[in-house]
Design a protein around this ligand. Structure first.
Ligand SMILES: [Fe+2]
Length: 424
């Protein structure tokens, strides 16, 4: 059970009453709010609220919530997702609609317990990540990142491509997870682009300041105010932020803290650097312990921060998945042709071994590997077929698996497809 006294006792939440934020109503908003004004970033412009409590009845497929973080049972979710993730599947539709409500107008964050149930597989992936970390640390001694100073945490940028190339068979098994793709599809629609960054926060690493994520979360206040108010809202719909827990993360190890509903505050991207707000956040944030295999998904506009790792011996290792809309620009450059070529033999082996000859059985892995949008392309060479776009990289990968092309034949297909899409 996910609810009850035992689990409640593990909850740490500094929230008293409401979050202190509420949605801007049309009455509050400026009539012609082309741009947010600099003074609107002040914490004094927050509106007091006391009504943003999350009720289980709002999200009937959930197991309830702990301090506004909505909890789902991975086994139950897998049951609902046993059919295709398409709009004609009623179970998928119901779940997707509920997740959209959580992420959009609701608390903005959900946890799927036991989303990655094969812990042996997770451990194998963790070992591969640790090998990559060791190799990179030997090459780049003393380099920190935005998370922390050098030595406090270990980071793999573009872990998606690096794992795929290092151990394709492991990558295909790991990414063939219907919960990851279902949440991505729910929030972003089809043809989403999965990227990931691994972070291992060592004992003693300090908490982050509260912040929002990509896109606008990586802009200064001066840059942010240049984007019209509607772009602030739009930015949230172009990315889904998530994390896969590779180890048990008790509270003392500092799992991510959140300010539920803060994605609905129109000035969120202007507020999070304000010293007054940082103090406010310390009093009001919510935090849940995570178990190995849990997955967290949240709106990138939700204000959040990694916590202090006060544990003696927990390296808090998470795979931070960042999924972009087909219409968005991911933060990282991935060579997905290289990934497709690397993963294809393992995908083909899996299709053959299941004896069905049906790539639908590894559709999630396909979607986490290939680029699903046909555009941008060179329309002189890669001509649309009537009103339909030309085949995407994902279409070609799927078709190759259906036809059971050899890896060599598939490599030639990919080279030809890439050539068609280049500008010259
Ligand atoms: Fe973040």
């Amino acid at each position: 059970m996910l609810s009850g006294p035992a689990l409640l006792s593990r909850l740490a939440c500094r929230r008293v009453g409401g979050t202190g934020l509420r949605n801007l109503s049309s009455h509050d908003a400026p009539k012609h709010a082309l741009k947010l004004q600099p003074e609107q970033q002040r914490v004094s412009s927050f509106f007091p609220i006391d009504s943003n409590n999350t009720f289980a009845t709002d999200f009937p497929l959930s197991e309830g919530n702990l301090s506004n973080i909505v909890l789902y049972d991975g086994k139950k979710v897998r049951g609902l997702l046993s059919g295709p993730q398409v709009s004609t599947n009623e179970d998928y539709n119901e779940l997707a609609s509920e997740w959209i409500r959580v992420l959009d107008s609701g608390p903005g964050v959900l946890v799927v317990k036991d989303a990655f149930p094969d812990h042996e597989l997770l451990d194998q992936v963790t070992t591969a990540f640790e090998e990559i970390i060791k190799e990179e640390e030997e090459e780049n001694e003393g380099v920190g990142d935005h998370f922390s100073a050098a030595g406090n945490n270990s980071r793999i940028w573009n872990a998606q491509e690096k794992l795929c190339v290092k151990n394709p068979a492991l990558f295909v098994k790991y990414m063939n997870n219907p919960i990851l793709t279902a949440c991505s599809r729910s929030w972003l629609g089809p043809d989403f682009q999965v990227t990931s960054q691994v972070n291992s926060s060592h004992p003693g690493s300090a908490a982050q300041d509260p912040h929002c994520d990509y896109h606008l979360g990586f802009r200064s206040n001066e840059q942010v105010v240049e984007y019209p108010a509607h772009v602030h809202k739009m930015s949230q719909y172009l990315t889904l932020q998530g994390a896969i827990a590779h180890v048990d993360m008790p509270l003392e190890s500092g799992p991510t803290t959140f300010l539920p509903y803060s994605q609905n505050f129109e000035r969120n991207y202007l507020t999070w650097r304000d010293p007054q707000f940082i103090e406010y956040y310390k009093m009001r944030n919510c935090q849940l312990p995570l178990d190995k295999g849990d997955a967290v998904f949240f709106n990138p506009g939700l204000i959040h921060a990694a916590g202090d790792n006060l544990s003696e011996n927990v390296d808090r290792l998470a795979n931070l998945v960042q999924i972009s809309s087909a219409f968005g620009q991911p933060m990282e450059t991935l060579d997905r042709y290289r990934m497709c070529k690397a993963a294809y033999p393992s995908m083909l082996e899996l299709v053959n071994s299941e004896g069905h000859g049906d790539p639908a059985h590894i559709l999630a892995a396909i979607e986490c590997t290939a680029f699903g949008n046909a555009f941008p392309t060179n329309l002189d060479k890669d001509t649309p077929q009537g009103s339909s776009p030309p085949p995407s990289q994902k279409d070609k990968l799927y078709e190759a698996l259906m036809m059971k092309l050899t890896p060599y034949e598939f490599g030639q297909w990919m080279d030809a497809h890439k050539g068609l899409r280049e500008s010259v």
